[in-house]
Design a protein around this ligand. Structure first.
Ligand code: NAD
Length: 321
């Protein structure tokens, strides 16, 4: 069995490797070669922790396994990150444990890769301005990966705590781009692409604030009750997602479905666009919205890529297990 510790991940895998892995697994999901198993997530009644598993199997790449982990709110006091996860991969031919891989950085990278894939396939080719809503831990990963997808010329940002926007300003300046802190009216009026990455439980962005032709990647809503954009927006936009079952239960679409503004049949898996079986955006005025809920197969895809890289670079720790 191979161990790839968390400390090795940053030196092994790039955002571009993750992009390729996520693009492939989304295509595999839409082709029904890969599927996610039901998610388990429980409040364990200790340390205020939430703990669970996300798992699945990709018959194409033979990635089989699970991501185990969750959220420990008191970890900061111990000098640890609150989100903790580990990916376990199993040999699809024998069921033997193949690898244990640190999953913290990989979670950030695979989430960023998902919104980047949506931008590649759905944003207008002439997109110049990107708007970021949210400036927490995940936001810098989302922005970095997005900036590789179009020749953006400006970054706009809004956050409930404006001071935190300095994180995004730093990423923009790394890339030589101007950054502006704006209100939501201006962000919606000027952005060609909008990424939402907050832990909000009430809509932040209103449908009327979004202009025709915008692509939105809504990435923060991954739990029942969370919401980042007004449900009406999903009623008028063309809605894409990673997995439809998650989109309607824990994703941004849950609210539009409950309000009768969106039909399940109208939601499209992004993998269908990657596969070429759906056209994606059909006009310059269309609003496209990617509801990124985060699936276990994404974790398995990037962890498998890391294991291959660790073996190739001679840093995989082999244990007799
Ligand atoms: P974080 O705690 O570091 O940042 C949270 C962000 O949300 C901050 O910008 C904060 O100011 C903002 N926020 C908090 N409460 C808000 C409110 N009521 N209204 C508006 N903004 C508010 O978290 P993070 O690691 O950056 O993750 C952000 C979100 O993304 C979380 O909800 C997380 O669960 C989700 N997430 C989704 C995926 C996925 O695959 N879709 C993966 C990882 C994280």
């Amino acid at each position: 069995m191979i161990i790839v510790p968390e400390r090795e991940i940053a030196g092994l895998i790039s955002a571009s490797d993750c992009f390729t892995a996520i693009e492939q697994v989304f295509a595999s999901m839409a082709a029904k070669s890969a599927y996610n198993f039901p998610v388990i997530r429980e409040a364990i009644g200790y340390a205020d922790a939430l703990y669970g598993f996300k798992s699945g199997f990709d018959r194409k790449s033979l990635a089989l396994g699970l991501k185990s982990g969750g959220f420990w709110p008191k970890n900061m006091e111990k000098g640890l990150t609150n989100h903790q996860s580990t990916v376990f991969l199993f040999d699809a031919d024998t069921g033997r444990c193949r690898a244990a891989v640190g999953g913290n950085l990989l979670t950030a990278l695979r989430t960023a890769a998902a919104s980047a894939v949506s931008i590649k396939y759905l944003a207008r080719p002439d997109s110049k301005v990107i708007g970021m809503i949210g400036a927490g831990h995940q936001s810098t990963f989302q922005l970095r990966a997005a900036l590789d997808q179009r020749p953006f010329e400006k970054v706009l940002g809004w956050n409930i705590v404006p001071e935190d926007l300095s994180r995004l300003e730093a990423v923009a300046s790394e890339k030589g781009l101007p950054f502006e802190h704006v209100d939501l009216d201006r962000l919606g009026a000027e952005a060609d692409v909008i990424i939402t990455i907050t832990s909000s439980f009430a809509p932040i962005l209103k449908a009327a604030q979004v202009r025709p032709g915008t692509h939105l990647a809504c990435m923060g809503t991954d739990t029942k009750g969370k919401q980042e954009v007004e449900a009406e927006l999903l009623g008028t936009a063309t809605v894409f997602t990673d997995e439809i079952a998650q989109s309607i239960s824990i994703g941004e679409a849950q609210h539009a479905i409950n309000a009768g503004l969106l039909a399940v049949e109208d939601i499209i898996e992004i993998g269908a666009v990657v596969n070429g079986s759906h056209r994606g955006r059909t006009s310059v005025d269309e609003v496209t919205l990617y509801d990124g809920t985060g699936v276990g197969l994404q974790d398995l895809a990037v962890a498998s890529a890391v294991v291959d890289l660790a073996i190739a670079k001679g840093v995989a720790i082999e244990v007799d297990f």
